[in-house]
Design a protein around this ligand. Structure first.
Ligand SMILES: C[S@@+](CC[C@H](N)C(=O)[O-])C[C@H]1O[C@@H](n2cnc3c(N)ncnc32)[C@H](O)[C@@H]1O
Length: 225
């Protein structure tokens, strides 16, 4: 059983209210897992330097709630995807670092198989540790450069990773013919979009509102043209 610490347990009302605002239905077990994930980041970041954000409250809004905001758009995209009947979607989170948004997706969407790839071995090992500690069979950490990974993955995500050109160039071989890229960005990245080659089609720039975070956020949805 996952039991959050007293510190993160105090965040539960904020988490539940944010989830409600976002339209993400969380079971008690999922809320526990998200709070325990915060505990694990805090514990391991002392040793592994997983993230520059150290304040637990900031971690909640800047990392956890920010990633949670991507869940409804992701669910919508998966519902529209024509996946073979009975097959769960495969998702690759590129440059996942401490597991954002990949771990949040694995907790909230148990039907999605999530691989978090990072070039830094200790970050991939941390994701494996999270998968074991939180009993998430649909989550794995992969130590590799994304350029060397084959797919096909149905959705390839990134957050705070690289320019759109680099993200799409380096991960293109991991996509199938019907797959999409989901890039989490701050304000509308007009210059990055303009720099994309004709072989990458941006089909939607979706604004995100993150509860408790006074900052612009969006998802850039792309597919191969
Ligand atoms: C700024 S961190 C972002 C981490 C996380 N996505 C987040 O939002 O907090 C970028 C991560 O990308 C990883 N990275 C850089 N180049 C990579 C590559 N070619 N393949 C896989 N991971 C890479 C780095 O090791 C780093 O952990």
């Amino acid at each position: 059983m996952n039991t959050p610490s007293a510190t993160t347990q105090a965040f539960r009302p904020t988490l539940l209210s944010a989830a409600e605002q976002l339209g993400v239905a969380l079971t008690d077990a999922q809320a526990d897992a998200l709070l325990c994930y915060l505990d694990l980041i805090q514990k391991w970041t002392k040793v592994y330097n997983l993230t520059a954000v150290r304040d637990p409250k900031e971690m909640l809004t800047h990392h956890l709630l920010d990633s949670l905001a991507a869940i409804p758009p992701l669910r919508r995209a998966l519902a529209q995807a024509s996946l073979p009947a009975g097959q769960g979607a495969r998702l690759l989170d590129v440059g996942a670092g401490a597991g954002l948004p990949g771990v949040v997706i694995a907790i909230c969407c148990p039907e999605v198989d999530v691989s978090c790839v990072d070039t830094v071995a200790k970050k991939a090992a941390f994701i494996q540790q999270v998968a074991v500690s939180l009993k998430l069979p649909n989550l794995r950490g992969v130590h590799a450069r994304v350029e060397n990974l084959d797919g096909p993955f149905d959705v390839v995500t990134s957050r705070a990773f690289a320019s759109l050109v680099d993200f799409t160039t380096w991960s293109r071989q991991a996509l199938g013919p019907q797959s999409v890229w989901l890039a989490m960005k701050g304000k509308h990245p007009a210059e990055e979009i303009a720099a994309l080659p004709a072989s990458v089609q941006v089909f939607h720039v979706e604004p995100l509102v993150v509860p408790g975070l006074d900052a612009e956020r969006c998802i850039v949805w792309m597919r191969t043209a």
